[in-house]
Design a protein around this ligand. Structure first.
Ligand code: ZN
Length: 68
């Protein structure tokens, strides 16, 4: 599993060729704006799951009101 990073400055996602503590963005050559991409991907996955749960509850509520 290769760790991918995302640059917050130019929004460029990349996998650094050298696994170091301070990966550099290949597009804008910044190091301070580069963050691991795995965390944000995980958070968006959790957010998407909650969105599905709320959508199902919403549909169930409408079905209850309509068919009751
Ligand atoms: Zn960049």
């Amino acid at each position: 599993m290769s760790a991918s990073y995302i640059c917050a400055d130019c929004d460029h996602e990349f996998v650094p060729e050298e696994a170091g503590d301070d990966p550099r963005c290949p597009r804008c050559s910044r190091t301070e704006a580069v963050e691991p991409a795995d965390d944000s991907a995980l958070q968006s996955d959790i957010w998407r799951q909650w969105l599905v749960v709320f959508a199902l509850l919403f549909i169930a509520g409408i079905a209850y009101v309509v068919f009751e």
